[in-house]
Design a protein around this ligand. Structure first.
Ligand code: FMN
Length: 199
């Protein structure tokens, strides 16, 4: 029995290919782990603030910021980190927007990466404090990134692996529906990615 956290970051609702791919991963997880639960976090609906002076105060102790701002930032980040800590498996839907992850997903990550909470330099070397998580990335893109000229533009997956890995989430598996907007690929892109899903 697993506690699954599903992160949606597409703004395309039920039509979203990354969300459909994430759902295919979750379907397999539920079949393999009866009794598992799914906590859905839709970043298109729950907006995280961009990093501001309140975050600097809470994360780094810098600046003078009103106590109510500090309290709000602290609560939102604490709640977000607690959801991550509580999960056994995190399935992240990732549509590629302008060569990277949606800014909503970047903002979520900005609330998860926090010194003393999810990573520490206490020993003199960085230590990720988020242990024992399995991460699945369900990516969809208009273009093809596994081969050809767009290979050099694959910033999203390395960024996600680096930032999640920094806090200890190093066990990452990616499924990718690519060419979703390209004739010759788009007709089968999602189904081919779904067919590759294994958990
Ligand atoms: C604003 C916007 C920017 C996009 N930028 C890119 C891009 O840089 N590279 C790419 O391959 N596809 C890009 N696409 C296409 C999407 O990645 C593709 O349609 C994908 O299937 C969207 O995921 P979704 O179906 O989960 O929403 C973009 C789409 C939108 C709406």
């Amino acid at each position: 029995m697993k506690k699954i956290l599903k992160i949606v970051s597409s703004v395309n609702g039920a039509q979203s290919k990354s969300t459909q791919l994430a759902d295919a991963v979750i379907e397999k997880l539920l079949a393999a782990n009866p009794g598992s639960t799914v906590n859905v976090k839709d970043l298109a609906k729950q907006h995280y603030e961009h990093f501001h002076e309140g975050h600097l105060k809470v994360y780094r102790g810098m600046g003078e910021v009103a106590q109510e701002v500090v309290a709000k930032v602290e609560k939102v980040s604490d709640d977000t980190i607690n959801e991550v800590m509580d999960a056994d498996v995190i399935v992240i839907g990732v549509p590629i927007y302008n060569f990277n992850v949606p800014s909503s997903l970047k903002a979520w990550i900005d609330h998860v990466l926090r010194a003393g909470k999810t990573f520490s330099y206490a020993t003199g070397q960085v230590e990720g404090l988020v242990k024992n998580k399995k991460i699945y990335l369900a990516v969809s893109s208009g273009a093809v990134y596994s081969e050809g000229p767009m290979q050099a533009y694959n910033f999203a997956e390395p960024y996600l692996k680096a930032s999640l890995g920094f806090v200890g989430m190093t066990d990452v598996t990616t499924f990718w529906a690519e060419g979703c907007d390209m004739p010759g690929y788009k007709e089968t892109a999602l189904q081919k990615a779904i067919d590759r899903v294994a958990v």
